[in-house]
Design a protein around this ligand. Structure first.
Ligand code: HEM
Length: 238
């Protein structure tokens, strides 16, 4: 599988099959979310719900699997060999754009989980239509600690059984801890943000727009990185 991803890609650039697949999927998912956003603007709650929920689950699943396979090999971590442009371009354009991209990936991941949970919590059904409920939606620290303790116990149990059956590995521990950290960040975000927008419906609209903007910039910075690496300044690593 790893070797297959390193074969030449299908866009006819200097990219590998893996990089092309990732770029194609990014375009598809971004398109899907924009359609989902317009569905919400037109008050088509059901269409919006299915597009966002399905799209987010598929996107997080695809990119997690892809990056775990590729061992995250974003070229910034491997040194400069992958980039064929000048040092100035590398230091002042390539690295800053890639850094913004990676920060947005982390924010996007947190927001994906957060928005889906908020969607379910802030919706209501009125004569069969899925609409947002413009009422107070608050979570107490007690509920948060209860859910987090429950989840941590399940994750530790899963980790324990995996270690018993297949042995301990640092990578495995990182994946499990990464998941718990993501959940913890989502909770902290929620506790802070619910003070700013106590109303669930308003919170969903405001943060939904923010999330959509993050996804659009994510796609633009990703495409920019792709173009620099595989079209404009290809280096030794294909
Ligand atoms: C990452 C996921 C999501 C994002 C980024 C998102 C974003 C948004 C945005 C921006 C709006 C307001 C549209 C506008 O007026 O500009 C909205 C409305 C809405 N969202 Fe979401 N949403 C997400 C997931 C969900 C989910 C999972 C549900 C249901 C479980 C949901 C239910 C709704 C409903 C019912 C509306 C109101 C539509 C209307 O105005 O009639 N959303 N969402």
């Amino acid at each position: 599988m790893f070797d297959l991803l390193r074969q030449p890609g299908f866009f006819g650039t200097h990219a590998t099959l893996g990089a092309d697949l990732s770029q194609l999927m990014a375009a598809l998912f971004t398109g899907l979310f924009i359609i989902g956003w317009f569905q919400a603007k037109r008050h088509r709650g059901h269409g919006h719900h299915w597009l966002m929920l399905g799209g987010m689950v598929a996107m997080v699943g695809f990119f997690t699997a892809y990056y775990l396979f590729r061992q995250l090999g974003v070229l910034a971590f491997e040194g400069k060999e992958g980039f064929g442009g000048s040092q100035t371009l590398y230091d002042y354009v390539f690295i800053p754009v890639l850094t913004i991209h990676i920060i947005l990936v982390i924010i996007g991941l947190v927001m994906a989980v957060y928005m889906i949970v908020l969607g379910f919590r802030s919706q209501q059904f009125i004569s069969g239509a899925r609409v947002l409920s413009e009422t107070l939606l608050q979570t107490s620290w007690k509920t948060v600690s209860l859910i987090f303790t429950g989840l941590t116990s399940i994750v530790l149990l899963l980790f324990g059984t995996r270690v018993l059956s297949a042995g301990f590995s640092k990578r495995k521990l990182e994946v499990y801890l990464g998941f718990l950290m993501l959940v913890a960040i989502v909770f902290v975000v929620e506790m802070g943000i619910q003070r700013i927008w106590p109303d669930g419906g308003r919170r969903h609209r405001a943060l939904g727009r923010f999330t959509m903007i993050v996804y659009c910039i994510l796609f633009l910075t990703g495409t920019f990185t792709y173009a620099m690496l595989y079209i404009l300044y290809p280096g030794k690593i294909g």
